[in-house]
Design a protein around this ligand. Structure first.
Ligand SMILES: [Zn+2]
Length: 330
């Protein structure tokens, strides 16, 4: 039997077709429509799933189940996802995006599961890399910051399936940087890839401790990647990376104290592209924040495959539960 996993992100929508042992036999990807209508995103998801089925030489109607890991605020009961602050669109204008219903129609199955992307990532990491661990946090530091939590062996859903929005924990009560969610002082507002340049500008404006820099602070094109690249040569870039480390220790300390995981698996481009600058300082200093056992803090093995793998896993499990296929081996 075959199942489909979908990863709907702000930049790309990707799909895989796999069998019940998780072996992937087809895949496809496309750019996520920018400045879209809800309908455009639904269509993009269906198109990518059709293409992945073609790649696998499998008819969509023979697919037994599907799992979706999506950005944004999901509504598991309605099978929709709400607007995302990362989507680069006028947030007020985007209706909830139907995902589960249209995909169930295309695949002719009721076994369609929707999770937020970080929870799908946690399920993927748990199954693939840490199956012997009962409590795991998958933390992404990418354009935003979020977590998926496996607690006592089960995915932590929360109301509507939206637990894990840890990027919106307050780490600066003074609220010096505004967050995309409308509040201020949140972890994501300082340490996500989109916001590292804002942190550089904040530190550069610090009159008590002026720091030289050749970074193009006035340019909208300044990126987190550029700042990390100059961490060992530009005094301000060094200061930014040091401050990021301190703030990430605060953020991750909060997460670890809340969930007491045995493993924290860290993904997202900011962490995966700069493991020595992002993860090493966290490992070194996290102990000072913790009243629970210090977990193993590792780079995600799956990288950007984590969400797809988790979504596929959920699809296989759902197909099994709804009788689309027989019992599967765990
Ligand atoms: Zn926020």
């Amino acid at each position: 039997m075959y199942a489909v996993g979908v990863d709907l992100g702000a930049t790309n929508v990707r799909a895989v077709v796999g069998n019940d042992t998780g072996t992937i036999v087809g895949r496809a990807r496309a750019r996520t429509p920018q400045g879209p209508t809800a309908d455009a995103i639904t269509r993009a998801v269906l198109d990518v799933v059709r293409e992945a089925c073609r790649d696998a030489s499998v008819e969509p109607s023979t697919i037994a189940g599907a799992g979706i890991g999506s950005m944004g605020a999901i509504d598991r009961d309605a099978g929709t996802v709400g607007l995302s602050s990362n989507l680069g669109t006028d947030e007020e204008s985007l209706d909830p995006i139907p995902l589960v219903g249209p995909l169930a129609g295309l695949l002719e199955t009721d076994a369609v599961v929707l999770h937020n992307d970080t929870l799908a990532g946690a399920i993927g990491e748990h199954q693939h890399s840490h199956p012997d661990v009962d409590s795991l946090v998958y933390l992404t530091i990418s354009s935003g910051i979020g977590a998926g939590v496996i607690s006592d062996g089960s995915p932590l859903l929360g109301t509507d399936g939206n637990a894990g929005e840890v990027g919106h924990m307050t780490i600066d009560a003074a609220g010096r940087l505004p967050c995309g969610c409308g509040a201020a002082g949140h972890w994501e507002a300082y340490c996500s890839g989109n916001n590292v340049p804002a942190l550089a500008r904040l530190l550069a404006a610090d009159e008590v401790s002026e720091t030289e820099t050749a970074l193009p602070l006035e340019s909208d094109d300044l990126t987190a990647a550029e700042i990390f690249e100059h961490a060992d040569s530009d005094p301000l870039a060094t200061r930014v990376v040091d401050r990021l480390a301190e703030l990430n220790v605060l953020g991750m300390g909060n997460v670890i104290n809340a969930y007491a995981p045995a493993v924290v698996s860290v993904g997202g481009a900011v962490a995966l592209n700069n493991p020595s600058l992002v993860l090493e300082p966290i490992r070194e200093h996290i102990g000072s924040q913790l009243v629970v056992q210090t977990p193993e803090i590792v780079c995600s093995d799956l990288g950007e495959e984590a969400v797809l793998r988790g979504a596929l896993r959920c699809a296989v499990a759902s197909a099994s539960e709804t009788g689309e296929v027989g019992e599967i081996e765990d």
